[in-house]
Design a protein around this ligand. Sequence first.
Ligand SMILES: [Ca+2]
Ligand SMILES: [Ca+2]
Ligand SMILES: [Ca+2]
Length: 505
Amino acid sequence: MTIANSSGIAAASLTLSSILCLVAGCSPSPDERFSAGIDDGTEDGGTNSTTNTNSTTNSTTNGDGDTGDGDPDTGDGDGEGDGDGDGDDSGSGGTTKFDLGVIGDAGEGTGGPGGPGSCRESEIYGAAGGFPAFEDPAYADFLDKTIAIVTHRVQSGNFGQHLMTIVDISGDPPPPSVNYLAPLYTRPTWNEANFGGRIFGITLDSEGNIYVAPSTVYGATQNTSTIKKVDRITGEISNFATLPNNGPAMGNLNYDCVSETIYVSNHEDGRIYQLDVYSGDIVSTYHHSTGNVTMGPANDMGEPNGAFAPLGQRPWAVQSHAGRLYYSIWGGNGANTVWSVAYQNANGVPDPATAKMEFQVPGSQPVSDLSFAHDGWMLIAQRTMSSDMSTGAHQSTTYDYDYINGDWVWQGTNYVVGELMPYSAAGGVDHDFDPGGYVWMTGDALDFYTPNVVYGLQGTPYGGGDINNSTVIDLDQEIVSQDKTAYGDVELPIPGDVSPVPPPG
Ligand SMILES: [Ca+2]
Ligand SMILES: [Ca+2]
Ligand SMILES: [Ca+2]
């Protein structure tokens, strides 16, 4: 697969003055190829008086070179002959593009074009939701671009206290394997105080509102019980829904446009909650380990008790796809699994009689996110966790699966995150849904002192690869110190619409 035309680009322009252009479309260089034609606002060039003092506040002394871990390749690996999924059927003359054409508008409120509920066609099968349209001059350059939204903890150095960053990944791919100064957008108000604590899981509804789940993935956190909503226009944070959590927080969350509800996995009581997207009310709960389903709140005896649901009963990744809810179970070493359960009907309430273990996940680390691509295959990402609330890096990777004769069949690690391969996945994945497009994954050590230190987001072309054919983006644009374990989930809202992903089979 050829990386489309490129010549003399961003990588060379890593000057300190360009280091921190959060908050505005900081164009990477005089070459405006990647900003797809819109201006290169010099407007607020002065906001970032970042004296780059403590570039090494990160306590990353534990030799990052420790790639090894136990069990790389336990996966069965049967049927790996036909790894399809490469996007060479794009029909666009073989030119890889980041941009998705805008095919109509997401529309407001009631029902997008082409689908039930609030669905645009692509969303039925699991594309992320609509496009945020913040009314902020600094965001103008991001409107209707292909963007990725990444959750993270506070990054090292003096780069602000925000926990969420929007990345402009539109335009032709830059040279692979060297840090790309993608335009970044964030807000100082997207901080721990306003989110109530730390966040990991992220999803968008059909209108482009953003929802984030509280998380203890980076350690203990203040708010463990309230899902926050970021308004698609104002960018303001509000409370969306509150669950019975007291210590353990949540795993991930996902909006289903058919039922117009949000599923969220709860590390406290082992349930997956279904929430009305308009009211935040609990529609149903589904308890994985017992199959118990309640309409409305669960009223579990003794919960919340401040204790994590036991390993083997603790859901994390959640993703609605073709009439089923796919989810992962954090089971501990050798016992991490992916399941699915069908819905009773269009109301999206799980039918426990249909629950099915789809596969056991190789390796020792839990799956924190999963995503389906434009032609239906599945990519899962692990997060390195040494205990309930203690994370690390370089023990976790991605795996992709094809649906063959009714089974999800392991294809191996074809999307290798980071330079310390193949175990530098940070646990977030999403697809851009362009047949000739990219898979986007959060990761550690995407470039590791050769010569830069890049942590954040990696985009790899459909068909697979590693950093040598991938775009790597440092998400605080400081590339001399590490941001180990800083990054979380990623979602790509789809501007307009794209062709739907077919159901399995
Ligand atoms: Ca509990
Ligand atoms: Ca960095
Ligand atoms: Ca994701």
